[in-house]
Design a protein around this ligand. Structure first.
Ligand code: PMP
Length: 407
């Protein structure tokens, strides 16, 4: 089914407002997506009708909240085609998912002299936890370089991968450039060397169809808020055999089987990794976001976003002074750029004055910006509720702004 854009825009209340006297054009979707009314209502309905602590309650509200919470786990399982619901762990977000793996898998399986591979495209949340772990363990962090287009140098990856590599942790889709990485090849090659693979799916899950069994990744971390769901909530997928072998993350309620002062035994997965009262309301609301994606259709979303991407790219490239950053052949609907002679922040401020929301700066990828010898970029990222007419507004504004320094 093709995208019915009027219907879709009608589902997102935030889009229907003016900013600085102009209709809002929201092109900051890689930072966070907007929420459909069903998500907003699910959150308030939960607190109005169902609020209760989950899993052990003997009463009706607790039973209802538990069923709704666990239903979202089922939706996530299907969304990424995991083998079982127990492989879906709710976290605070991608950042916590990666930190969980670093803290538990890392604590148990990374030893002095072991190697971990990441890439130049990584978000800080897929750099810093590994640096901390490597420092603690005396392990070595290696980085896959990229070419000028912002694509991974796969020959270099082959050379970095050795029998000492214990973990390869790479971003599936770059948040700063939109590059789609060849993760199936990375996973297959890493497994041949006996290394586990974590995919940072923060950006890929909203644009691409995900099948963790077909990919065969060992872990995938992502955030609900980039998938039309609430902030402060995410998912860590892990294969059962890997999760079972890992020690718990945090100690507390929910994650235990039995506690005595002499010894504690731990709960089964996923509960072993979900200590304390979880973010119940947001998990339930996230279910509505996944239903929205399922109803709209991942294929239709991708096709529509790709259309927006090529429409915008073709026009922006005509503008004198427009400098694209990241021109990978295989990319999602993200356009990172600079304007010759102008600071990205100034460009962002001028676009905001026209009601256009973009992100400017290093996008939490400072080493990537250093690779390109720049401080940052302006990033316009498109989602399923954006339109060609909004892109026309962006192109007209960028064109006008570029003329200031590019006559
Ligand atoms: N990785 C990537 C590629 C991201 O885009 C982001 C969010 N900008 C993160 C990790 C971190 O996600 P969160 O802040 O939701 O934990």
């Amino acid at each position: 089914m093709p995208i019915n854009i009027d219907h879709i825009r009608g589902l997102f209340p935030v889009l229907h407002q003016e900013v600085n006297g102009r209709p809002l054009v929201y092109f900051d979707n890689a930072a966070t997506t907007q929420k459909p009314l069903a998500v907003i209502n699910a959150l308030s309905d939960y607190y109005k009708k169902d609020n209760s602590n989950i899993h052990r309650g003997a009463h009706t509200l607790a039973d209802r909240a538990t069923r709704y919470y666990e239903a979202t786990r089922g939706l996530v399982k299907s969304f990424i085609n995991a083998k079982e619901e127990a492989e879906i762990i709710f976290t605070k977000g991608t950042t916590e998912g990666i930190n969980l793996v670093a803290a538990t898998f890392g604590r148990k399986f990374i030893q002095e002299g072991d190697e971990i591979i990441i890439s130049t495209l990584e978000h800080h949340s897929n750099i810093v936890p590994w640096q901390m772990l490597c420092e603690e363990k005396g392990a070595v962090l290696k980085v896959i370089p990229i070419n000028e287009a912002g694509e991974l140098d796969m020959q270099a990856f082959d050379e970095l991968l050795t029998s000492k590599t214990k973990l390869v942790s790479v971003v599936h889709v770059s948040n700063a450039l939109g590059t789609i990485n060849p993760v199936a090849e990375i996973i297959q090659k890493s497994h041949q060397k006996g290394a586990k693979v974590l995919l940072d799916g923060a950006q890929s899950t909203s644009h691409l169809e995900i099948d963790v069994q077909a990919l065969d990744c060992d872990f995938m971390a992502f955030s609900a808020h980039k998938l039309y769901g609430p902030t402060g909530l995410g998912v860590l997928y892990g294969k059962r055999e890997v999760l079972d072998a890992m020690p718990p993350y945090q100690g507390g309620g929910e994650m235990i089987k039995e506690v005595t002062f002499a010894k504690t035994t731990y709960n089964e997965i996923p509960f072993k990794f979900e200590a304390g009262t979880p973010n119940i309301g947001d998990v339930i609301a996230f279910g509505k976001a996944l239903e929205f994606i399922n109803e709209t259709g991942k294929k239709a979303i991708k096709a529509y976003e790709d259309e927006l991407l090529s429409y915008a790219t073709e026009q922006l490239e005509q503008i004198k002074g427009f400098i694209p950053v990241g021109t990978a052949k295989n990319k999602v609907s993200v356009i990172s750029f600079n304007i010759n002679g102008m600071h990205p922040f100034d460009v962002g401020m001028m676009l905001d004055a026209n009601g256009i929301a973009v992100r400017t700066g290093h996008h939490c990828t400072q080493p990537l910006m250093q690779r390109f010898g720049i401080e940052g970029t302006v990033r316009a990222s498109f989602s399923v509720y954006n339109t060609k007419s909004e892109i026309d507004t962006l192109v007209a504004s960028v064109s006008k702004i570029a003329k200031i320094k590019n006559k």
